[in-house]
Write a protein that binds this ligand. Structure first.
Ligand code: GSH
Length: 202
């Protein structure tokens, strides 16, 4: 099995953590989708990472589909509940974490543009999505609706999202009012799977 991606991508991290938690051996193929001539679009027409190349040669994207594929292999531990409604809720948490990431990645890309070309409205819109998404996660942690010890898919997605917010300093101070998320992230980051997939210092 091959995972094509970059070490700084939080979506790739989510899949790497899943593979490590399940003890599935894989080859990591480092590819930066933003570079001209990147091989990523040969496997994913959308030109995005992660892409998983299964042992039968099938290329799978994007990360929620890859997550589902890995679960279908039936390798323990299961990271989605067997019960359909509980599994759907797990996917909802994943969608919230991925949505926070979508906004964070857009915000980071916008900030790379020359200052006069950056749109304050656009930046504000993304910050609002991140902030509301984090509040939603905090509330659901408070309601004990997010399992993270041991983590399942939702918690793995949340850990990957928080790791990216910290890594890119997207919304400094996010932790000041969200103690449950801070505690959850602290606990997740102690796991070997998260320690081994930390984004490189840049
Ligand atoms: N929804 C996709 C998002 C993946 C994504 O946006 N990956 C970024 C890297 S963090 C990427 O490859 N961007 C390249 C591009 O948008 O052209 C997933 O969950 O896999």
């Amino acid at each position: 099995m091959k995972l094509i991606g970059s070490y700084t991508s939080p979506y790739v991290r989510k899949i790497s953590v899943m593979l490590l938690e399940k003890g599935i051996a894989f080859e990591f193929v480092n590819a930066t989708p933003w570079e001209a001539g990147s091989q990523v679009s040969e496997h994913n027409p959308l030109g995005k990472v992660p892409v998983l190349i299964a042992d039968d040669g099938q290329a799978w994207f994007d990360s929620p589909v890859i997550a589902q594929y890995l679960e279908l292999l039936g390798i323990a531990p299961a990271l989605l509940a067997r019960e359909p409604a509980a599994a759907l809720w797990e996917r909802q948490i994943e969608a919230a974490a991925d949505g926070i990431l979508d906004a964070a990645v857009l915000l980071v890309r916008e900030r790379l543009r020359p200052a006069p070309q950056q749109s304050e409205d656009f930046l504000l819109r993304q910050r609002d999505k991140i902030s509301r998404g984090l509040d939603w996660l905090e509330q659901n942690l408070n309601d004990q609706r997010i399992a993270f010890d041991p983590p399942r898919l939702g918690a793995i997605a949340v850990g990957s999202a928080i790791g990216y917010l910290n890594f890119r300093r997207v919304v400094p101070g996010w932790c000041a009012t969200r103690p449950l998320l801070v505690r959850m992230a602290g606990q997740l980051f102690q796991r070997e799977s998260f320690a081994r997939t930390e984004p490189p210092a840049s």
